[in-house]
Structures are given as C-alpha cells and as structure tokens.
Design a protein around this ligand. Structure first.
Ligand SMILES: Nc1nc2c(c(=O)[nH]1)N[C@H]1C(S)=C(S)[C@@H](COP(=O)(O)OP(=O)(O)OC[C@H]3O[C@@H](n4cnc5c(=O)[nH]c(N)nc54)[C@H](O)[C@@H]3O)O[C@H]1N2
Ligand SMILES: Nc1nc2c(c(=O)[nH]1)N[C@H]1C(S)=C(S)[C@@H](COP(=O)(O)OP(=O)(O)OC[C@H]3O[C@@H](n4cnc5c(=O)[nH]c(N)nc54)[C@H](O)[C@@H]3O)O[C@H]1N2
Ligand code: SF4
Ligand SMILES: [Mo]
Length: 765
C-alpha cells in the first residue's frame, strides 16, 4: 500500500511557517496520516464486481486500492477508482424529507418518526379502501442479494401486494428468459478467465471496452493467444476498432445477420452433428428457419455487406472453442428474447456450449444484476429462481416465510407495466428503492405524469435523484460501503461486500428502514433481523432446492474461496464455476434449439423521422448518472450528452462537429451537441442516456416492449436531427432528411480497412 506522505509539498513551497513549525496548515490537520484500516470489498458499479480495498481513517473512507481476485487480477476501471468518493460527498441526503403541503410544496426536513408514520398511515388508508395491490414496490439490482431478497419479501409479506418488480426488467430480462428457455437455467455459463481460452470471440451488441473495461483484459488475453474477434454493432466502438471483422448492423436487425451466419455454417458443413444429436433437441426446425436468410437477404435487412456476413460465419464457424458475448445492443429490443436465442442457436449448432472457453454468455450489467434476478424481487419470481405460479414453489416459500400459502400473492405487473397502472390510478403509491425511473424509463413525460399521480411516492436513495425530486417522502440511505452483504457478479460468483464506514447524519441502512416499515405496518414478526447475516442465512434456506441454490454459500466460504459460484447446494460443495459441461438444466439434460425469424423494430424510420436513434453508455458514467454525475473526475470527462452522427449524414444536413442540434422523435425533442464521427452508421444516431431533465434521451425513446418479458426497445426508434442555427457563409442547400437504406454504398469497406482507423474517427468527447 502506498500513500504519498509528502502531501504538503506544494503548500510548503508557499508557506515557510510550515517548514519551521512542522504543523499542518489550518484545515489540513491529519491529511498526512496513514489509513488505519484496509477493508476488503468490491466495487459498487458494474456486474464485474472488481475486488478492491477501501482505505479508512478514523471511520472515513479516504481512498481505494485494487485487490487481487481471480477475475479482476488487481485492476479497476475509472469508475471503480472514484466510487468511494460517494461516501463523504456533500450532496449526501442526511435526514428524511417530506412534502407537507401537497405536490407543489417543497421537500422539507422531517424526523424518521414523522416520515415513516406518514407513509404507513397513508398505505393503511389506501389498502383499506383499494386493496393490497394499490401499492407497488419498484427496486433495483445495484443492491446486495440480502436487500433485493428483502424487497420481494417486504412487498409480498409486509405489504401483501403482488406488484413488485425491479430495474432488471429494463436491463436484460430478455436474455434471462432466452437462457432459461434454451438451457433451463439463466446464468453466465463460465468464469471470466475462460474467455482467454477462446479461439474466436463474437461480440454482439456490446460496447465492452467502455462498459466492462475489466472484461477486456481477458479479451486481450485471448487475442494474445491468437483468437479472432468479430463485432456486431451499428457503431465502431473501441472494441470493434480492434476487431478482425466489424459488422455495422442496422439497429434492431441482428436476427437477420445471426440467422444468415448459421445458414452459412450449415451450407459450409461446419455444424457439430454429434453434439447436436447427443445434447440438444429441435435442430431441424432451426435449420429450416434459417434457410431463407441468404447473405443477400440479410444484407438487405441489416445493411451489412453479404461478403462480410459470409466471412464472419467462416471465421466463427471454423474456430473452436468460440464464445459469443452479447449485451444490451440486442437485448433492449421488442425482439430481444429471439435475438439472444439466435446467438444460442449458433453456439449450439457449433457444439460450443459447455466447453471451456466456448458457448454464449450475456454480459450482465448491474453490480448485482445476476443475483438480483434470482432472489425474488421480480414480479413472477420467488427466491432461488422459483416461479410464483408453481404450487410447490409457493408452498416452500410460504413455509420459510411463515405465512399461509393462500396469503402469498400471485404475479404482479412488470416494471414497465406499473407506469400504466400508476397513470390510470390502479397503483396509488409506490416505494422506489435503488432506481431512478425519471432517467431510465422510456418516454419519460408519461413516467412523470404517472409518478405525479401517486400519493405518496416514496423514494429511498442517498443522493436526490430526478425521481426523488418528485417524491412526497424521501428516505436517506447508506451507500454500499456503509453496509455489508453479498452480490453475485456477471460470472455467477457470489462475493462479499464489507462495511467500511457508517452512514452520515441520520441516514440509515436500507434493510433497517424496510424492517422498521414492516414493524410499523404490524408485520414486524416476519422481519425480525438484527443483522444482514440473518437475512443471508434465511435466503440460503429460501433458495435451497431452487434452480439458483445458494444453500451451501456461507460468508466464510466466500472469504476462503475468493467467491463461490452457484449452484452450491450443500455445505461441502465448492460451487459450480462452469455450467452445462455434461448436461443442461432441463429435466432431460438437453438444450433446446428454438427457431426465430426476423421482425422489424416497433418503429421504422420514414417520412419526417428518417434516422434510427440508438442509446447506451459511455465509460465515465453509470446508468442514470445520479452517482457518477456527482464524481468530479468522471463528470469532467462527460459533463453533458451529445449525439453521434456520421460525416456523410452531417454534411447533408449542414451539421458540423460541435454544432448545437435538435433531435426529435414522435415523442419529444431535445437539444444537444453533435459529435460528427465516422464510427457510426450513416443512418443511425447515438445518444448516451446518463443524464436527467432536458438532457435525458428517454424523453425521446419509444415505450414499445418485448411482448413476453416487457423489456423496452431502448436501442431503436425513428428520429430526426436538425442544426439549431443556420450555418455561417453560403447555405449548404442539402438540408432535406435522408435515410441511406442501401448501406453498402455508404460503407465502402475493403477487408483491410477495418483495422485502420480513419483520421476523422473519434470515439467520444
Ligand atoms: N461505463 C458504464 N459501464 C456500464 C454501465 C454504465 O452505465 N456505464 N452499465 C452497466 C449495465 S447495467 C449494463 S446493462 C451494461 C450495458 O453494456 P452494453 O450492452 O455493452 O452497453 P450499451 O451502451 O447499452 O449498448 C451496447 C452497444 O449496443 C450497440 N447497439 C445499439 N443498437 C444495436 C443493435 O440493434 N444491434 C447491435 N448488435 N448493437 C446495437 C450500441 O452501439 C452499443 O455500442 O453495462 C454495464 N456497465
Ligand atoms: N435510453 C436508455 N434507457 C436505459 C438504458 C439504455 O441503454 N438506454 N439502459 C437500461 C438499463 S440496462 C438499466 S440497468 C437501467 C438502470 O436504471 P436505474 O435503475 O434507474 O439507474 P440507476 O442509476 O442504477 O438508479 C439507481 C438509483 O438508486 C440509487 N442507489 C444505488 N445503490 C443504492 C442502494 O443500495 N440503495 C438505495 N436505496 N439506492 C441506491 C442511485 O443513487 C440511483 O439514484 O436503465 C435502463 N434505461
Ligand atoms: S469494471 Fe465495473 S466493477 Fe470493475 S471497477 Fe469498473 S465499474 Fe467497478
Ligand atoms: Mo443494465
């Protein structure tokens, strides 16, 4: 551990007194003291969950050091390095806030008793006249397993409502369903270091270098071993820049390309017939379903040159082991489940799933995105990945919770559906914990109206988010390093978060607040926890025998083994890093091939809206930005959103790099800066989503959802863009909207060009 002890050097130079007395200047007392503790823990941000130490001095977190762990090997990305600065941030909420005079009155300081009593009184009134389901719980996956578990239980046992769901619905619920359908189990099938074993990586819809910087070290390791790299993305992201092949797919059309690749593999005789016969069912239907997808058909739909699709099929089809990594680029879609199934079909046909370094995996996004979807905070789920409709599952959980099974509510509304129920008054109050709906849900003008309709809207957060600004009661909570618990990272590895400090002021830990609310609701006997470990031990029991069996995962085992992979059904089981090596999780042990066809996105460009708008992330910000927009270094790198546009399209519209432009969709408009870059398709615009109010791209996005899992189509809608003021000098004349539908003409690639970044290329601000 290294601490720069000479922190006074610049000051000393300017202040001779210090030299003579040796005393620190006023206000600087103690800054040269060494931390008194190094607390081992993990980052609070993305699904990688990098191991780190927090440096603590006199109860305050003052810094961070990387920690060696099998998956991050001592590395941290820019977000991980400053995450600790949230703890002592001046914007922390340190006491409850309440609106005493109705919706338009200010949020004022309240005592905990006043705030909690008010909430409980209102909830009791609402439930007495409108039934239990008039209240909803909307939670998030940045919380520990223990807290996520508690939210499902609090909704169903504390409030006795069926309406409980979470932000994972907006994230990758489509991938989760695809894996459950194809493999019988929804988890990344292999540990991260396995990526290095792969001979060919196919990245589908992931800006991996910006969103999973620490996964990249394993991708580089594979590349060092000679692995080929293929990327499907409408943008030439940093990882696409280094690929052997970049397939610049038109947003929302991946299924055409993936099916065409599979067809080509069939025609080239590259399928693994033995594996298909031994380990799968349903191949014939898939083989027939992909037959119409000739490379030319796929080119017409997806705008990727046919020869490039053939080249990708051959690169992928001739390598083994080969690994497909997919993320939100295909999952945030009205066809997201099918797009994931198209990836899975490819990998199964090549006999890859279950091989070390082979198969498919989703890159799970949120810190506890994996655990969060197993513990029962999802509308149709009970702990341990149990299903709320299955009688044995209901009976088991009712027994653990000590309630009659008839009292256990059924399936409630998905997060995206809750908005409609709030708008039409069927949901009258909502407890929001760990989510910032006003930034993260599509078409946020509608979301705003729905939230304004609630009385009360209760928000638990540690910073005043755009959603908390609309709340009737705001409850101040602890940040991650002020509490303990477990998370399950994107590999399926359960890790332990440790406490390094106490919450500031009157802020309290989430689980303590929830248990207090339960007590005030007269349901305290079901929430008797005195520690997080007691919640964990109850969850271990609740998950026992389920698909996601955590029974054998004790905190001590996590410590001793550097994380434990579920399923881990017994105390002496070491856990299961690699899945599907012998059999799949369906009762017959076989994987399912499921045929999928291409269907267009909900909204196609045309008329006044000639572009496809897609949205996503940048390396410096995390999700709704409520945390990272407050961290000086990160925010300084990306203080406002921008729209990426290709130079050809920009030239036609008289837009130059840095110009202020207006982007419109049928739902709204926003003004922002243009980033003219050759790294995006000429028919596509991209805006990062990490910003609030007038800077929120979710003013523009479409609320269309996938019909079965209700994940929104964040990755494509129709849009227009125009320059805000007339350009100086001679008019360009070419201001009409133009959609290049024949992309190949706009993509004059030759094979070699993919490696050579054009001089005009830019990756970000
Ligand atoms: N820095 C940072 N890292 C993060 C997060 C963050 O907010 N910031 N969030 C975390 C979370 S919760 C998540 S879910 C993950 C998300 O991780 P990713 O899915 O990698 O990130 P996104 O930016 O949402 O989208 C990925 C890519 O999809 C592309 N894309 C858009 N439309 C399409 C399409 O139709 N087809 C294909 N093939 N690609 C398309 C975009 O150009 C983008 O490059 O990141 C996690 N890590
Ligand atoms: N247009 C567009 N929209 C998108 C996406 C996109 O790509 N494009 N991506 C979607 C995806 S993948 C995701 S995951 C969602 C995420 O959307 P959100 O869940 O809304 O985003 P977060 O910023 O994680 O919100 C978490 C909030 O809870 C707070 N918080 C964090 N940890 C805790 C905790 O432990 N306890 C409590 N009480 N509060 C906590 C944070 O301060 C923050 O205000 O956004 C989705 N929205
Ligand atoms: S890669 Fe993810 S977990 Fe690791 S430091 Fe960065 S944000 Fe944190
Ligand atoms: Mo996500």
């Amino acid at each position: 551990m290294s601490v720069n002890k000479d922190v006074f050097a610049p000051w000393r130079a300017a202040n001779e007194d210090f030299e003579s007395t040796g005393a620190p200047p006023p206000g600087w007392e103690g800054v040269d003291r060494l931390p008194t503790a190094l607390v081992p823990t993990h980052c609070c941000f993305c699904g990688v969950q990098c191991a780190m130490y927090l440096k603590v001095l006199d109860g305050t977190v003052i810094g961070v050091e990387p920690r060696d762990y099998p998956h991050n090997r001592g590395s941290l990305c820019p977000k991980g390095i400053v995450a600790y600065q949230q703890a002592s941030h001046p914007d922390r909420l340190t006491y409850p806030l309440i609106r005493r005079g109705g919706k338009d009155s200010p949020l004022e300081r309240a005592s905990w008793d006043e705030a909690l009593d008010y909430i409980v009184r209102r909830w009791q009134e609402i439930q007495a006249s409108h039934g239990h389901d008039a209240i909803a719980v909307y939670s998030g996956s940045s919380m520990t397993n223990e807290k996520c578990y508690l939210m499902g239980k609090f909704a169903r046992v504390g409030l006795r409502t069926r309406h409980v769901d979470y932000n994972g619905r907006l994230c990758m619920s489509s991938a989760a369903v695809a894996y459950a359908r194809a493999f019988g189990l929804d988890r990344c099938p292999l540990p991260m270091p396995d990526i290095a074993l792969s001979r060919c990586l196919l990245i589908v819809g992931s800006n991996t270098a910006e969103c999973f910087p620490i996964v990249m070290r394993w991708i580089w390791a594979a590349r060092d071993n000679g692995a080929r790299l293929i990327v499907l993305d409408p943008r030439q992201t940093p990882v696409a820049r280094t690929a052997d092949l970049w397939l610049p797919v038109r947003p929302g059309t991946d299924i055409a390309v993936l099916n065409a690749m599979l067809r080509q593999i069939v025609h080239d005789g590259l399928i693994d017939a033995q594996y298909i016969a031994d380990r799968t069912v349903g191949w014939d239907a898939v083989r027939e379903a992909v037959e119409p997808y000739t490379p030319e058909v796929a080119e017409r739909i997806a705008g990727v040159p046919a020869e490039r699709i053939i080249a990708a099929a051959r690169l992928y089809g001739q390598s083994s082991p080969s690994l497909i990594l997919h993320a939100r680029g295909i999952e945030h879609s009205t066809h997201g489940v099918n797009a994931c199934l198209a990836c899975i079909n490819l990998a199964l046909a090549r006999g890859q799933v279950g091989k070390p370094g082979g198969g498919t995996t989703m890159l799970t996004g949120q810190g506890n995105g994996q655990g969060g979807r197993e513990v029962g905070q999802k509308a149709n789920q009970l702990p341990g990945y149990r299903h709320i409709d299955v009688p044995e599952d209901r009976a088991y959980i009712a027994r653990i919770w000590g309630i009659p099974v008839e009292e256990l509510p059924g399936e409630g509304a998905a997060a995206t559906e809750m908005i409609g129920l709030m708008a039409d008054g069927r949901i009258k109050s909502c407890l929001v914990i760990c989510s910032n709906l006003m930034v993260s849900l599509p078409e946020n003008a509608v979301v705003r109206r729905a939230l304004r309709n609630l009385d009360p809207l209760v928000v638990m957060d540690f910073f005043l988010s755009e959603t908390a600004e609309l709340a009737d009661v705001v409850l101040p909570t602890a940040v991650w390093c002020e509490d303990e618990g477990t998370t399950t990272n994107l590999e399926g590895r359960v890790v332990k978060i440790n406490r390094a400090a106490n919450p500031p002021g009157e802020a309290r830990r989430d689980w303590e607040i929830i248990c207090d609310l339960a007590r005030r609701l007269g349901r305290g006997q079901f929430f008797p926890y005195r520690s997080v470990r007691e919640i964990w031990d109850e969850y271990r029991l609740a998950s026992r025998g389920g698909v996601a069996d955590y029974y054998g995962i004790t905190w001590e085992k996590i410590e001793a083994q550097q994380g434990v992979f579920w399923p881990c059904p017994t105390l002496d089981s070491p856990g299961t890093p690699r899945l599907f090596t012998e059999r799949f999780a369906h009762p017959d042990g076989r994987a399912r091939f499921i045929p999928v066809v291409y269907e267009p996105p909900a909204e196609e460009p045309g008329g006044d809206f000639p572009f496809r708008l897609t949205t996503g992330r940048v390396v410096y910000h995390y999700l709704s930005g409520n945390q990272t927009r407050r961290l000086g270094f990160l925010n300084s790198q990306a203080p406002e959103p921008w729209v990426e546009i290709h130079p050809h399209a920009a030239a036609r519209l008289g837009i130059q790099d840095g110009d202020r432009v207006r982007v419109r969709t049928p739902r709204g408009a926003m003004e922002l800066k243009a980033l003219v870059t050759a790294t995006i398709r000429p028919d596509t615009l991209f805006i990062p989503f990490h910003y609030g109010h007038a800077q929120a791209v979710n003013q523009l996005t479409i609320p269309a959802v996938e019909p079965t899992v209700k994940i929104p189509e964040f990755k494509v809608c129709a849009a227009a863009i125009e320059r805000l003021e007339e350009p100086p000098g001679p008019a360009t004349g070419a201001r009409e909207n133009h959609t290049p539908t024949t992309a190949p003409a706009m993509f004059p690639y030759t094979a070699g060009e993919v490696h050579a970044p054009a001089a005009a290329d830019r990756e970000g601000p």
